[in-house]
Each structure stands twice: as C-alpha cells, then as structure tokens.
Design a binder for this molecule. Structure first.
Ligand code: AMP
Ligand code: MG
Length: 485
C-alpha cells in the first residue's frame, strides 16, 4: 500500500501531528477484506495481530503521517469555532486501482490537539454501531464512509459505566466538512479558505465552472440533496446533522444517534439530546438547506469581490434547494411505488403522501410495508392483501395507485422487480444493532458478524434469517440512541 498524503502537504494550520495512544492488547474484531482488496491495500498476508496493531495505530503503515484536522461547526444551531478531530487521526490517503482517492482514518486512537476535555477514545458500542450501519448503508446503495476494521484495545473506557475500548477504521473520500470551511471563515483566514476551496474542488469536483465558489456550492448542493433524499427513501434518520457532520463529498458521515425507523413516524427523533426535534425524519430537508446556507456564508469572500453581488449569486443557488429536494424525494418515492416510467403525474405527490399518512396512522413498519406492496399487484382486478388493514384510506390509496400503475403500461413482473430493487427487506434495525453491541461487550461477535453478512444483500430474501427481517417486539423497541462518544 502506498500513501499519498496531499492534506499533509497543505499549510501547517490545516492539521496537527498526532500519535496514537499505547493500548494494552489490541485484538482484531473485524477486518473488511473485500473493501481492503477494492482499495488495493495488499494486506491479505498480514496476521490478525499485525492488522490489529495497524488499525489501532500501534504500528504505523509505511508512508503514513498521522494528523488530526481542525474544523468548526454549528452543533444544534450553536456555533463552535473550534471542534476538530478530538479522537480521530488521519493515517493518510491512498489511491485505489480506479484512481479514486480515499482517507484512512482511525477513530478512538487517543487524544489529539483538539480533544478539549475528551479522552480521545471510543467505547466498543459506537464502533460496532458504525461498522454495521456504514456497511449496511453502502450495500443499500447510499454514498457513505465505510468500515475497514474494528479493533478492541484491551483497555477500558469510562462513560456512564466502564466499557471495553475499541478503535474504528473509517474510509472516506475525504474528511472535509461544511465545518472545515466554517473553521477558516471564523478566523477570517481568507488564504486558508481559498486553499481549502481549491483543494476541495480538485479532490471532489474537478470539472468546475467559471466561478469556482459558485460551481462548488452547486455541486455540494446536488450531492447533499441526493444524499438526504436517499436517506429518507430508506427511513433513515441521521440524528446529528450538525454542520461538522456534513461532508462536502455528499457521503454519510458520523454514525452517532442515527437509526433506520421501524414504524413510520414523520416526526421521529432518536437522539436523546434532540428534544426539539431539530433533526427529526421530516426536518432533514429543511436542515439540509440550513446547513448549505452556512456553507454559502463561508463562500461570500470567494464568490465575488463585491460582497453584495456575492451574496446575490450565492442566494440564487440556495434558492434552488427546496425544489431540487422535493423533486428528488418525489422521484425516489415514486420508484418505491413502482412508478418508474412515463410522464410525471401531478397527483404523484398526493399519492405518496396518502400512503405515508396511512402508514403513520396505522403505525406500520416503513421498510416492510413498502416491500409488501408488491403483493397487491396481481392480475385480477380486485387485489387484496389481508396483511394490510383495509381502511377507507387504504382503499382510496390502493385504487389510485393501481390506476396510476395501469397508466404506465408496464408488465407487472417488471414493476415488481423494479420495486424490489429499491425496497429493501433487511435494514440494520436498532434492536438488533443493540443486541450485536451487548453481545460484543461480552466478547461474542456472532450477531455482529451475521448482521454484516445479511446486510450485504439487503434487497434479496435470505432463507432462515427472518430474525434480521422482523420488527422489534414492544419490549425490544429502541427509542433512544446515543452519540458515538
Ligand atoms: P461527534 O458527536 O462524534 O460528531 O463529535 C463532536 C466533537 O466532539 C468532535 O470534535 C469530536 O472529535 C469530539 N469528541 C467526541 N468524543 C470525544 C472524545 N471521547 N474525546 C475527544 N473528543 C471527542
Ligand atoms: Mg462528528
């Protein structure tokens, strides 16, 4: 593996050098061999012990220059001028055989310049959670950071209780966040901002237009609109859409108090600190716009020498977000309903909303209800499926939906196949993630391993694995998840 560390070549104020803490007994919990091969890492011949030492920072891979990156961020609406990698270190960048560049970062490897009062460590729970969720997200087809490895440190960390510590290895197309721009903007460091913009464009959006700041904003808008509408089409709630947790590449990053919903509830929140529902399921669209406006604030001095003109130009980009988002959300929801061809229909949004209203009112499972819809598509003229409660709302939806499907004049088998390609059977359900974590804490990785296996094919039925398909019993339901500290 050859490192090529371009971020380390940026000016000194873009990073701080860092070394990992010494751990008692690093042990490999998981290593993602497929991902390692895709990245061209050539680690196949390494022993588990060597891998555990690499991916807990005990042994440095050749060419690695570990650094921690500064960033700022709005946390639940409040600006913090300096956050930064408080428990993470970037080992370096590698370029895969397809010439794509990726960061390899350790999370939980000890204190850095940016740790503030934190211990720089991770408990095993958040490591297991991020491993399962980020890989599941990838296999569901959503842009995301990925899990390369998880290592138990052999040491304890102190949270509400004492728990085993672990280190997570994350792969990302970069770790540049909206908050990275905010960090330099808050310091009035115009040179820093310019350098960061040039670097970001070169790394993520090289085909930029005549005004780099404006075309960069356009690209980030497109990437993040696509990301958040994709999350919502799968019932995903990120939970901490702070500006420091929004990557400019449009990848899902920072799996903290996040969750895939079971029962559909438009106002669902999981994070125990999100009392006002700022990051609820339905609020993710408006928050996306709010966050992108914070990025636009940083770009003012780069967009035009005349401040008024710059603001005008940036505002006209921001003004496109709500329509872009609404259209993309409708497109994705239409595909879930099998509406895959033909003209946009003015009533499609109503149809989608009536279905979601029905799910919400009857407290139905988001994922399974979409998947089961195909059972209604039979050739007889009056299909019925007893597994859906036959209310007036349901009948109205069903009639409108089946009529709309007839309009598009596609064979039912094709419609079903397309629906099954976007409506998963398996999602990382919270109660099972919890079970995987509880078992891992006592040294049993069986649920963790099996879940990772099942979630590699979320759209395909897998016999004898109903455990991972079913919804939680009332007593198993997880209503709160915690930040990944
Ligand atoms: P997060 O909630 O994971 O997005 O983290 C928010 C900020 O808190 C980031 O700057 C983290 O680096 C920092 N942080 C979280 N946990 C710790 C910890 N255990 N030690 C040091 N810094 C931390
Ligand atoms: Mg974060």
């Amino acid at each position: 593996m050859t490192f090529d560390n371009t971020y380390h070549k940026l000016p000194d104020r873009f990073y701080k050098e860092v070394t990992a803490e010494r751990f008692s007994k690093p042990e490999l919990l998981a290593f993602n061999e497929n991902l390692s091969d895709d990245l061209g890492l050539n680690l196949g011949s390494q022993s588990d012990i060597e891998l555990a030492n690499f991916f807990s920072g005990q042994t440095l891979l050749k060419g690695s220059h570990p650094i921690a990156l500064p960033y700022a961020g709005h946390q639940f609406g409040h600006f913090v001028p300096q956050l930064g990698d408080g428990r993470a270190m970037l080992l370096g960048e590698i370029v895969n055989p397809d010439s794509k560049r990726f960061d390899i970062q350790l999370k939980g490897s000890g204190q850095t310049f940016f740790s503030r009062n934190g211990d720089g460590k991770s408990a095993i729970g958040p490591v297991i959670r991020e491993y399962i969720l980020s890989e599941a997200m990838y296999h569901l087809g959503v842009p995301t950071t990925r899990a390369l490895a998880a290592v138990a440190t052999g040491d304890l960390v102190y949270r509400e209780e004492t728990v085993p510590g672990a280190v997570f290895t994350r792969i990302a197309s970069s770790h540049i966040r909206i908050g990275t721009f905010q960090y330099f903007a808050a310091k009035d460091d115009l040179d820093g901002l310019k350098t960061l913009l040039d670097y970001s464009i070169q790394r993520h959006y090289p085909e930029s237009g005549t005004n780099p700041a404006i075309s960069f904003l356009q690209k980030v808008i497109q990437a993040q609109v696509s990301l958040v509408s994709n999350w919502m089409s799968l019932g995903f709630i990120h939970g901490v859409m702070n500006t420091d947790n929004m990557s400019i590449s449009g990848e899902t990053i920072d799996y903290g108090p996040c969750a895939f919903m079971d029962q559909f509830n438009a106002h669902q929140v999981y994070s125990f600190i999100d009392r006002d529902g700022r990051y609820s399921y339905m609020n993710q669209g408006p928050i996306l716009q709010w966050n992108l406006s914070r990025l636009a604030d940083c770009l003012i001095p780069l967009a035009h020498s005349d401040k008024k003109k710059a603001i005008e130009m940036l505002n006209s980009e921001l003004a496109t977000i709500s329509d872009l988002f609404r259209n993309e959300w409708i497109e994705r929801m239409k595909r879930k309903l099998g509406l895959v061809s033909g003209q946009a229909h003015e009533n499609d949004e109503k149809l989608i909303t009536s279905w979601l209203d029905y799910l919400e009112k009857e407290e139905l499972d988001f994922t399974l209800s979409f998947r089961k819809l195909e059972n209604l598509l039979v050739d007889n003229d009056n299909p019925s499926d007893s597994s859906f409660k036959q209310t007036t709302e349901f009948d109205t939806f069903k009639t409108a939906w089946t009529n709309r499907l007839k309009d598009q004049d596609l064979e039912l088998a094709i419609v079903k196949e397309k629906m099954n390609g976007v409506n998963p059977i398996y999602i990382p359900r919270n109660h099972q993630v919890e079970r995987a974590i509880q078992q891992a804490i006592v040294g049993d990785l069986s649920v963790f391993n099996e879940m990772n296996q099942v979630l590699k094919n979320p759209y395909v039925y897998q016999p004898n694995l109903d455990f991972y398909r079913v919804t939680p019993l009332p007593e198993e339901e997880v209503t709160t998840t915690f930040c990944g500290t």
